[in-house]
Design a binder for this molecule. Structure first.
Ligand code: ZN
Ligand code: ZN
Ligand code: FE
Length: 737
């Protein structure tokens, strides 16, 4: 018999890890103790070598569902006799580097109790246990104890307290537990909060309102949703009108997989994702008619399952799918309290509210499956703030400030990077304020002081301005600026822990280049220190600057001028037809003189241009619309492509434009365009094929393009845990040297 110490790192706090160790040790008749410390969990036991081995094996095999072990180390220590096995309570010492678990969907056991008439929490909308429920969204600071969360306002009743204190109970030290007697409660607010209905009646009445076609703001885990009956076209039309959201697809929450299968084709792997504990929105192949108001003219649909008891209760009563879209104004942050929701009072008819405060806002996560690989499009609820292990240790604690669109922030220390959830676009004062609050939150939760700040090289990004502010205010913090597409590729490198040189393809909207131009169709040979630009799409002018991003016809027109000069004006094609005569002449002059016409090599804009020339769309009503519509036209049976030329490092696309115009069938034109992009990648990569191929940037949200490239290059890397869009930039910034 000897004494051993076992140190475990990973997600091992707030996930029922200590009671699990307690139960296991008791079962194996081992004596000793288990405690939380700043690095994770430490166990001391009296055991023989054999007993220790069995204990270690079972520790890793029978792990509680939310726990994740990064490392487990055991060593013999000086003999110390224990008389029983005990859980040592968390002391007030700092537990800052311990990893915080994300918000997780309701577990099976809790769901069973929720609908069990004999259970004391029957139909209780906030039923939870050690293995499920809210975490990140309610925490103010570490250590993760009830007193440091918004549950501190609810004093546990005796029965809940007993469960909380009993190591053999599945609610042992589950911080957010409560019941009908002591926990949070729901209320339905109607007529600008004049009428208030409480308890189960609130849910009952909310469902009646949904049935009659009304729109409800529903408070969830990380914010409010706007919900309505997804089978009621009029309700959806009304929601679109009030929210000023003409075409952008809505996500649909379905009661269960059976209901999901009525709306979409669901593969086995998609089914797994839908029912995973993270419960993300999964983009699936839609079965709805193309004129459906849910996603007009798009054959994909974003589905997700109820992830809280409250959502379950609503869907159980309604027995219909609901539209569930984040309550926010366009790309602003999600509303997390009645005050921020107020701005949308013209949109909803009632609020189904509850009194558990949301401390940290967190949107829904969005994922899709391409070639059986999971691609994250938005990383938020369920996934954040899980850390990502870096391939090396950082020299200094680093704060990464991200880009300007789909912004996130990240902190890095030692070999950990912790990313905030999706924040949103930094376009308005509210978004910027929310962004700064997110920085504070992460710093506070992890008691983090940066020594280095990293941002983009774009001088007008709000994130860049903020980085400059931080580093001028605090001289101890150094500043590091990283080129946008380099950061994109680095983010993917980190995720796969690649070292050495890689060949990165960054297809994007626009990002500032080192030559002052707007890059976005880039081929880069990179490592953590630097990059070499191997090739890029030939520069073209974005007529009208920012406006060109929203109006594909402006980019198309510019490319037409590049190809045909003034002759372009007499072409009989949709792009030209979409302008007034006078506009055409002004824009021709602007093109000629380069007035308000920044040069860009953006692949995203090239997609826009093709969408305009083929008559698919001239002005966007939401970001990424042209790509989605082009996907609809792709025909896999067409395997021909257009020509292109590579001069030095520049990829000329005039012939491509010419050939697209000459093609009368837009299905053929669009399919060949996709094939051409694949050929361009293949031709540039050929010379560098001894380097790993990495794909990153917002254009890779296009599942047709990604699918084609992964088919051709099965070994190519595309990020999985972080989005290929600008939401992943922070991870690349963290590791730049
Ligand atoms: Zn549970
Ligand atoms: Zn209670
Ligand atoms: Fe980008």
């Amino acid at each position: 018999m000897k004494s051993y110490q076992i140190d475990i790192r990973g997600v091992v706090q707030g996930v029922g890890f200590r009671p699990f160790v307690y139960r296991l040790a008791t079962k194996l008749n081992l004596k000793g103790e288990v405690l939380n410390n700043s690095l994770g969990v430490t166990i001391k036991v009296n055991a023989t070598q054999k007993e220790l081995e069995l204990f270690l094996e079972k520790l890793q095999k029978e792990l509680p569902p939310l726990a994740k072990i990064d490392s487990i180390k055991s060593r013999e220590i000086e003999f110390q006799e224990f008389t029983n096995f005990s859980i040592i309570q968390t002391s007030e010492q700092s537990l800052k580097t311990a990893l915080l678990p994300p918000d997780i969907s309701i577990c099976r056991e809790c769901e069973a109790e929720l609908f069990d008439k004999n259970n004391r929490r029957y139909l209780y909308p906030f039923i939870t246990c050690t293995n499920c429920g809210v975490r990140y969204s309610i925490i103010e600071k570490l250590p993760y104890d009830r007193i440091n969360t918004s549950m501190k306002f609810f004093k546990m009743c005796d029965e809940c307290q007993r469960e909380y204190n009993n190591p053999l109970d599945r609610r042992y030290h589950a911080q957010p537990i409560g019941c009908w007697n002591c926990g949070p409660s729901v209320e339905l607010l109607i007529n600008n909060q004049e009428v208030k209905i409480e308890g189960l009646d609130a849910i009952e009445d909310a469902v009646s309102l949904l049935k009659s076609g009304k729109i409800i703001a529903l408070k969830g885990v990380g914010g409010y949703h706007l919900i309505c009956d997804a089978t009621n076209e009029e309700a959806i039309k009304e929601l679109r009108k009030r929210k000023k959201r003409a075409h952008k697809p809505f996500a649909i929450m379905v009661k269960d997989i059976t209901m999901a299968k009525e709306l979409a084709i669901i593969s086995l792997k998609e089914e797994e994702l839908l029912s995973s504990k993270e419960r993300p929105i999964v983009i699936c192949k839609s079965l709805l008619p193309s004129n459906s108001k849910i996603a007009p003219n798009i054959s994909k649909i974003g589905l997700f399952l109820p992830y809280t008891p409250l959502h379950l209760l609503i869907l159980e009563k309604l027995q219909k799918p609901i539209v569930a879209t984040s309550a926010n104004i366009s790309d602003e942050p999600i509303a997390i309290n009645l005050e921020s929701l107020q701005k949308l009072h013209n949109v909803y008819d009632a609020v189904l509210n509850h009194n558990r405060e949301i401390v940290n806002g967190c949107d829904d996560s969005v994922v899709m499956l391409v070639q059986n690989r999971v691609v994250t499009l938005r990383r938020a609820r369920g996934y954040t703030p899980l850390s990502i292990k870096l391939p090396f240790k950082l020299k200094e604690p680093t704060l990464a400030l991200g880009a300007n669109q789909k912004s996130t922030i990240a902190i890095g220390f030692e070999d950990n990077a912790i990313l905030s959830p999706h924040i949103g676009d930094l376009d308005g004062i509210n978004s910027i304020e929310y962004y700064k609050k997110n920085i504070e939150t992460l710093q506070r939760i992890y008691n983090f002081e940066p020594k280095r700040a990293v941002c983009d090289i774009h001088p007008n990004y709000e994130s860049t301005k903020h980085a400059l502010e931080i580093t001028t205010q605090n001289k101890n913090i150094t500043l590091n600026q990283v080129q946008h597409h380099h950061a994109h590729i680095l983010a993917t490198m980190v995720e796969y822990k690649l070292t050495g040189k890689v060949f990165g393809v960054a297809f994007d909207g626009t990002g500032a280049g080192t030559d002052g131009k707007l890059w976005g169709g880039e081929f880069l040979l990179c490592d953590y220190q630097s990059f070499k630009r191997i090739a890029h799409i030939n520069y073209f002018k974005l007529l009208g600057g920012e406006r060109a991003i929203k109006e594909p016809k402006r980019v198309a027109l510019s490319l037409l001028f590049d190809t045909f000069g003034k002759e372009a004006l007499s072409l009989n094609i949709p792009t030209i037809q979409s302008f007034k005569k006078k506009e055409l002449h002004i824009l021709y002059l602007a093109w000629q003189k380069g007035l308000n016409a920044p040069l860009s090599s953006s692949m995203g804009r090239l997609f826009d241009a093709v969408a305009s020339i083929t008559g698919v769309i001239q002005e966007l009503s939401f970001e990424g619309q042209s790509g989605l519509l082009l996907e609809e036209l792709y025909n896999p049976d067409i395997d021909t492509a257009y020509s292109f030329k590579v001069n030095n490092e520049s990829i000329a696309i005039q012939t491509l434009i010419q050939e697209i115009i000459d093609e009368p069938d837009k299905t053929v034109a669009v399919s060949r365009f996709f094939n051409t992009i694949v050929n361009i990648v293949a031709s540039i990569y050929q010379e560098y094929s001894n380097y790993p191929l990495l794909l990153s940037g917002g254009v890779f949200q296009n599942s047709v393009l990604l699918n084609l490239l992964l088919e051709k290059f099965p070994n190519a890397y595309i990020s999985n845990k972080i989005p290929p869009n600008d939401g992943g930039i922070t991870l690349g910034q963290i590791v730049s040297l």
